[in-house]
Design a protein around this ligand. Structure first.
Ligand code: ASC
Length: 150
C-alpha cells in the first residue's frame, strides 16, 4: 500500500509538468534547473540525431534509451518558468509570460512529439524514428523561434 501510494505520487508528479508548484528559492535556481533539463535533453536528442543522419550506426537499444531519457526530461522544464524569471543568463523572452497559453501549447506539442519518438524507438523502425525525430526538431525550433532570445 505504501509502495502503491509512493508510485502514484511519483506518477502524478510526472503528469503535472505545467503546474506552478515548482519550488525554487531563487530565480537563478529555476533558470539553472530548466537550462540543465533542456541541455541534457539536447544531448540525448543529438545522439539520436547522429543515428538519423547516418553518422552513427543504428542500435535499437541505444536509441530507445536516449529517447526514453528525452521523454522523461521533456516533462521537467516547464515547471521552472515562474513568473518574472527573466535573468541576465537566461534567453527566455518576456513573451513566455505574456503569451502563456501559446507557450504552454508549444511545450505540450514538443512533449507529444517526443512521446511519439519514444514509441518509434521502441518499434525499431528506423524510418518511423526519422520522421518522429524531424517532428520533434521542428517543435523545438518553433518554441525557440517564438520564446528564446537569439
Ligand atoms: C537539438 C537541440 C535543439 C533542437 C533544435 C531543432 O538537437 O539542441 O535545440 O535540436 O535545434 O531545431
Amino acid at each position: 500500500m505504501k509502495r502503491l501510494s509512493a508510485a502514484l505520487a511519483f506518477s502524478s508528479l510526472l503528469a503535472v509538468p505545467f503546474s506552478a508548484q515548482a519550488q525554487f528559492a531563487k530565480v537563478e535556481d529555476a533558470v539553472k534547473y530548466r537550462q540543465s533539463a533542456l541541455s541534457v535533453m539536447g544531448t540525448h536528442f543529438g545522439r539520436i540525431g547522429a543515428v538519423v543522419k547516418g553518422e552513427k550506426p543504428y542500435d535499437k537499444a541505444t536509441v530507445e534509451r536516449d529517447a526514453a531519457i528525452v521523454e522523461t526530461l521533456s516533462k521537467l522544464p516547464f515547471a521552472a518558468f515562474p513568473p518574472g524569471s527573466e535573468a541576465a543568463n537566461s534567453k527566455a523572452k518576456a513573451e513566455i509570460w505574456k503569451e502563456q497559453d501559446k507557450f504552454k501549447a508549444a511545450g505540450e506539442k514538443m512533449q507529444s512529439e517526443v512521446a511519439k519518438l519514444s514509441a518509434a524507438a521502441k518499434s525499431g523502425n528506423i524510418d518511423t524514428i526519422k520522421t518522429a525525430f524531424g517532428a520533434v526538431g521542428q517543435s523545438c525550433k518553433a518554441c525557440h523561434d517564438d520564446f528564446r532570445k537569439k
